[in-house]
Design a protein around this ligand. Structure first.
Ligand code: SF4
Length: 502
C-alpha cells in the first residue's frame, strides 16, 4: 500500500517530472525488484516514518530522487538488494527498534556504526598520513568476529572499515561473506582494485568502497604519489561496470580545500560514477603533525557552504564530517560510534587517539558503559553552536580535560603530542577561536535560522532544539548524575541555553 501511495504522489508532482519519467522507463525486472524489496519492509511505525521521510525528500529535493533513480539504474541486482536489505531494512528499521530497546535499558543511545580498522598496513605513503608510523600487524579474525557479533546485537548493521589499506587485510572477504547481513563502507586508496578484486567486491555485494582522492590528478598524485590518480580512475571504472555502490572520500587541507570546494571537481567525480562522497578535514594527530596542512577556518566555511548547496543540487549523498555535525546533533564520538584499532583498543572516534578499554578484555557494551565514554557523553554537545562540534579542533580544552580526568592512554607512541606539544596546543586554540567567530556568525544567520533549524539530508529541515538539544542535554545530564555529579559543561553556556530552547 505504501509503495503505491508513494508512487502515486510522486507522479503528481510537476517538479519531479524528469526524474519520474526515468522511473517509468526503468526495466521491468528493476521495477519488480524494487517493489519486492519495498514490500518486504517490516510493517510498523519506523517503516511508515521512513516512507514518509522518503516521500518528503523526493518532493522537497529533486536531486535526491535523481540519486535514488541512479542507484536503481546503476547498481547490480546483488548490490541493490544488499543496500536495501542491510542499510534500509536492517540498519534503519530493525536497528532502530533494537536501539530504542537499548536506550530504554541502558539510558544512553546505542551506536549506529562502528569503525573497524583491521590493519594499518598500506601500500602508499601519503603526505600527512599517520598510518605508516604505526604497528603493521592485522587484527585477529577472532576479534573481528567478536566485534561484529557484539555490534550487531546492539543494532549496528553499518560497519565502517578504515586503514591502512583495508584490501590488504587478509581476512577482508572472509569477513564480508561471513557477515553478509552487515554493510561495509570501506575507505580505500583503490590502487589494488584490478579486475579480479573488482569481481570479488561485486560478488559479495555488501562492500561499498569510498575511494580516497585529493582533488584532480595533480592534487591526488602530489599527496599520494605519481600514477595514483590513474589507478583511481581505473578502479572507479571497474566498479561502475560491475554495478558496485562506490563513492569518494577526500581530506581537505590548506593546499587542496579550494579545489575540493569547486563544482568542477564534484561534477568530475559524478561523471566517473560516484554515488556518495565524504569530506574529512586534515586533523593534526600523530607524532609529528604538519600544522601547515590544516585548512584555514575560511576554507572550512567555504566547503561547508558548498556541501550544503550540493546536498540539494547534486545527485549524490555527500557529507562533511565536521561541518555536518549540525545534522546529527554534534559530536558522535562515544555516542553513535567508536573506533577500534587493529590491536582491539577502543577509541571514542577515529581522530581521538586515546583509549581506556581493550576488546580482548572487555565487551563493546562495557566500553560504552565506561567512565571515559560516559564522561564524553556527559559533555556533549560541547558548544551550543553545532557548527563547532569537535573536542579536538573546536573545543580542544575539552579533550585535554577528558583525557586527564579519565586517565585515558595514547593508543600509540606519539599520540599524546596533540595534548602536550606547546606549538600544537597553541595552534589548535587559535584555530578554535577563529573558527568559532565564523561559525557563530553563520549559525546565527538565516541559513540556520538563529541556530534553531538545520537542513538534514533524508529528513529535510528540522528543529534543532526539538531533535537534538533536548535529547542530548537529557542524556548528558543523566550521564553526569550517574557519574556522581561531574562538572557541567560551563564553557558552552548550555545551562543557559536550556531556557532558550523551545
Ligand atoms: S571528537 Fe571531533 S572528530 Fe571525533 S567524532 Fe567528535 S567531532 Fe568528530
Amino acid at each position: 500500500m505504501l509503495a503505491f501511495d508513494l508512487l502515486a504522489q510522486l507522479g503528481k508532482n510537476p517538479s519531479l517530472a524528469a526524474a519520474w519519467q526515468r522511473v517509468a522507463r526503468l526495466p521491468e525486472d528493476r521495477i519488480a525488484l524494487l517493489l519486492e524489496l519495498y514490500q518486504n519492509l517490516p510493517s510498523g511505525r519506523t517503516s511508515s516514518a521512513l516512507a514518509d521521510g522518503l516521500l518528503k525528500n523526493f518532493v522537497d529535493n529533486p536531486a535526491f530522487l535523481e540519486w535514488a533513480v541512479r542507484l536503481v539504474e546503476r547498481l547490480s541486482a546483488a548490490s541493490l538488494r544488499r543496500f536495501f536489505e542491510n542499510l534500509v531494512v536492517r540498519e534503519m528499521v530493525e536497528g532502530q527498534r533494537v536501539r530504542q530497546e537499548f536506550l530504554a535499558r541502558e539510558g544512553f543511545e546505542a551506536p549506529v556504526t562502528i569503525v573497524l580498522n583491521p590493519t594499518l598496513a598500506c601500500n602508499l605513503h601519503c603526505t600527512g598520513c599517520y598510518s605508516y608510523k604505526m604497528p603493521r600487524k592485522g587484527m585477529d579474525y577472532a576479534l573481528v568476529r567478536k566485534v561484529l557479533g557484539e555490534a550487531r546485537a546492539m543494532g549496528v548493521y553499518l560497519i565502517t572499515v578504515s586503514g591502512g589499506e583495508p584490501f590488504i587485510y587478509k581476512h577482508f572477504f572472509r569477513m564480508a561473506e561471513e557477515f553478509s547481513d552487515l554493510q561495509f563502507m570501506t575507505y580505500t586508496n583503490a590502487t589494488l582494485i584490478d579486475e579480479e578484486l573488482a569481481d570479488r567486491i561485486a560478488a559479495v555485494g555488501n562492500v561499498m568502497p569510498a575511494v580516497s582522492v585529493e582533488g584532480f590528478g595533480e592534487e591526488t598524485d602530489e599527496r599520494r604519489g605519481v600514477g595514483v590518480h590513474d589507478k583511481v580512475l581505473r578502479a572507479m571504472s571497474l566498479l561502475r561496470e560491475r554495478g558496485v555502490m562506490f563513492g569518494f572520500s577526500a581530506t581537505p587541507t590548506r593546499r587542496n580545500s579550494d579545489v575540493l570546494a569547486s563544482d568542477e571537481l564534484l561534477d568530475y567525480y559524478l561523471d566517473k560514477g560516484v554515488l556518495f562522497g565524504w569530506m574529512f578535514q586534515y586533523i593534526p594527530v600523530g607524532k609529528d603533525p604538519d600544522l601547515s596542512l590544516m585548512s584555514t577556518p575560511a576554507q572550512r566555511e567555504q566547503l561547508r557552504a558548498k556541501t550544503k548547496e550540493w546536498q540539494v543540487t547534486r545527485p549524490l549523498f555527500i557529507g562533511d564530517f565536521w561541518n555536518d555535525g549540525a545534522c546529527v546533533g554534534g559530536c558522535l564520538s562515544a555516542t553513535r560510534y567508536c573506533y577500534i584499532t587493529p590491536e582491539g583498543k577502543v577509541q571514542p572516534c577515529t581522530f581521538v587517539h586515546f583509549y581506556t578499554h581493550d576488546l580482548h578484555e572487555h565487551s563493546l557494551l562495557e566500553v560504552f558503559r565506561s567512565k571515559f565514554f560516559r564522561a564524553i557523553r556527559g559533555r556533549q554537545p560541547y558548544e551550543r553552536n553545532l557548527l563547532r562540534p569537535c573536542k579536538i579542533i573546536d573545543a580542544p580544552e575539552v579533550l585535554r580535560e577528558l583525557v586527564a580526568e579519565c586517565g585515558a592512554q595514547p593508543s600509540y607512541e606519539g599520540a599524546e603530542t596533540i595534548l602536550e606539544d606547546g606549538e600544537v596546543r597553541a595552534h589548535l586554540d587559535r584555530y578554535a577561536a577563529e573558527w568559532g567567530r565564523i561559525a557563530d556568525e553563520v549559525w546565527q544567520g538565516p541559513e540556520y535560522q538563529g541556530g534553531d533549524s538545520v537542513l538534514v539530508p533524508f529528513l529535510g529541515r528540522i528543529n534543532a532544539n526539538q531533535h537534538f538539544y533536548r535529547m542530548r542535554l537529557d542524556h548528558a545530564a543523566r550521564e553526569r548524575i550517574e557519574a556522581g555529579g561531574g562538572r557541567p559543561p560551563e564553557r558552552s553556556g548550555l545551562a543557559a541555553s536550556r531556557t532558550r530552547t523551545k
